[in-house]
Design a protein around this ligand. Structure first.
Ligand SMILES: [Zn+2]
Length: 152
């Protein structure tokens, strides 16, 4: 739906399992590649996929750091926008965690949270950063964004 409406689709994820030593960056890349391949088989093209492998005080020293890319920091979104020449002001971040919404707003995007209501455990992390819509699922999120674009 979103691709047909002209949006580039980008995956932005925290993968602290790399810093925790649960899996390697290569393994995370292999999962990414497979997901992108499966989506492509369904006619969905992912323009880019970005991950943060870091975590402060993590056991894998190479990834144990305070970075600017772990959401709620907006670094991955900013990097994607630079690489893919995306206009952040007309871009949307869809996420299921408060940190996704905070990162999206920090990057200058509009946001939709996939959650029927402000999730209690995440509510205080939102800290005033409200998504424009709480969606029941990704289809609802896409419908809201496309409808919103049609209204403005
Ligand atoms: Zn990072």
């Amino acid at each position: 739906m979103l691709e047909n409406a002209g949006y580039a689709l980008v995956i932005v994820s925290n993968q602290s399992g790399i810093a925790r030593g649960l899996f390697t960056e290569e393994q995370a890349q292999a999962v990414d590649d497979r997901v992108i391949e499966l989506l492509a088989q369904e006619g969905v093209n992912i323009a880019g996929s970005y991950r943060c492998p870091h975590l402060p005080d993590a056991p894998v020293a190479a990834y144990a750091k305070i970075c600017d890319c772990r959401k709620p920091q907006p670094g991955l979104i900013l990097r994607a926008a630079r690489d893919l020449h995306l206009d952040l002001a007309t871009s949307w971040v869809i996420g299921d965690r408060a940190r996704d919404i905070v990162a999206g707003i920090a990057a200058g995007c509009r946001t939709v949270m996939v959650s029927p209501s402000p999730p209690r455990h995440d509510a205080e992390v939102l800290n005033g950063s409200q998504p424009e819509h709480f969606a029941h699922d990704l289809v609802d999120a896409a419908g809201f964004i496309i409808g919103h674009a049609a209204r403005t």
